[in-house]
Design a protein around this ligand. Sequence first.
Ligand code: PAF
Length: 195
Amino acid sequence: MNIIKTSSELLQWRKSLADTSVGFVPTMGALHEGHLSLVRKAVAGCDLTIVSIFINPMQFAENEDLDTYPVDVDGDIEKLKSAGVDVVFLPSRDDIYKGGDSFFIYENEISKKLEGKSRPHFFKGVLTVVGKLFNLVQPHKAYFGKKDAQQLILIQRMVKNLNFPITIVPCDTVREHHGLAMSSRNEYLSREDRD
Ligand code: PAF
């Protein structure tokens, strides 16, 4: 498994591939079985699979958990190696936002509803970083969980409206034994919270 840490290296790797189907799973790390189910689907469905691990500051508001978001890069790398991933992309914040952060992908309708009501910054941050990652990785297929239903719908529409030549593959939610959807942030919850 290859670990790539800069956009320029990633673009070079991408250019070297000819007729190879590329599957992409974007993540913020702290990987659990939910992420790994997306990864296994990509490995089964594409010639090469790339997973990004990037905690995207643009999708966190000032009062949110950017500084305490769970991190386990070594554990993640081991899991991805065992799952048969070909490339892990681990960029720095400076690399991803080196052109500044004054350009956005901003959706003006669906992103204002549901989660967007209480997190007005959130989908602008998600769509912007996913758009940047799509341009770098240039995948044929990208895998997203149905758990984040509003995110999934917005990404499906972004790809259609902005003409990204990428197939979005929706993946079923994976749950803990008591029924809670798996999430990296579940570690903030006590036993009672989980129940
Ligand atoms: O679902 C997530 O983990 C993030 O929102 C994503 C898609 C990796 C963008 O940072």
